[in-house]
Design a protein around this ligand. Structure first.
Ligand SMILES: C[S@@+](CC[C@H](N)C(=O)[O-])C[C@H]1O[C@@H](n2cnc3c(N)ncnc32)[C@H](O)[C@@H]1O
Length: 261
């Protein structure tokens, strides 16, 4: 799909789901704790969360790092920024700013960031432009953390295995060697990688609701009739493959890549 049409479609998807986003996705915290442990013990940290969405991970980061951290939250989608601001302020968190912005042209000053993070969003960006911006905005000893699911991880989750066309449709995700290549091309290097496995349990009704409510933006790539047909096949696949439909278990897997200049 043409990149501009695809960006527009993605943006309209995130506008539609902004108000309910944090209830659709499961918020894990082990990678946030891992990031905290990787940070050097500076007294004041300036960070940016790019593609921050409604701020569910901005909030976890700020709760974990406390008052010593100031976070710039940036997202293409104005609705997401609106929900993020009220969500964080409702929790009594004020050491952040939030503004709409494009990962290809970050509204940040050169060499001002100690850390840049991005969660579940890099597959929506122009990766080479984003990494060039990361290079520009990070201080010399700064680090960036990219948290995403790889294409092969996506194909092994409950949707990739049982929802027809899910992995084929989601062709925006990267494999590790593609990320490695893009990082090298941006003149940066990988410092660490870590895989996170998350055990999930759900019942069939909740899974069906998640799909209908576009739990992943992938579902928005189906035509209406394609989605309906695939959802029926998904239900049957689950019935055929799991004995207890109240207790369907699987594992979601993600990767965290830490990079430096
Ligand atoms: C799957 S959501 C992830 C949100 C959040 N990081 C999380 O994990 O909950 C992807 C986010 O990336 C944003 N996004 C997509 N393209 C973008 C771009 N070019 N620049 C900045 N944000 C973008 C979307 O608006 C959306 O909020």
């Amino acid at each position: 799909m043409n990149r501009i049409i695809s960006q527009r479609k993605t943006d309209s998807h995130f506008s539609k789901i902004a108000s309910k986003y944090k209830n659709l996705r499961t918020t894990d915290t082990d990678h946030i704790q891992y990031i905290k442990n990787q940070l050097s013990k500076k007294s004041q940290i300036v960070m940016a969360d790019i593609g921050c969405g409604d701020g569910r991970y901005s909030l976890e980061l700020l709760k974990c790092l406390g008052e010593d951290c100031y976070l710039h939250c940036i997202d293409f989608n104005e609705n997401m920024i609106k929900y993020l601001k009220s969500h964080l302020m409702d929790q009594g968190i004020f050491n952040f700013c939030a503004a709409p912005g494009d990962a290809s042209k970050l509204p940040l000053e050169s060499e001002t960031m100690d850390y840049i993070v991005t969660f579940n969003a890099i597959h929506h960006f122009d990766i080479q432009k984003f990494l060039a911006e990361v290079y520009e905005c990070l201080k010399d000893d700064g680090r960036a953390f990219i948290y995403t699911r790889l294409r092969n991880q996506n194909s092994r989750n409950i949707w990739g295995q049982y929802f027809p066309l899910f992995s084929e449709m989601e062709d925006r995700l990267y494999e590790f060697d593609e990320l490695q290549y893009a990082i090298k091309k941006a003149d940066m290097r990988i410092v660490h990688t870590n895989i996170f496995g998350h055990n999930r349990t759900s019942n069939l009704d909740d899974l069906v609701d998640k799909a209908k409510n576009n739990h992943y933006s992938t579902f928005d790539l189906y035509s209406e009739s394609e989605f309906k047909k695939s959802l029926d096949i998904f239900k049957q696949n689950i019935i055929d493959n799991f004995d207890d439909l109240e207790n369907i278990q699987w594992q979601d897997e993600n990767i965290l890549i830490e990079i430096s200049k």
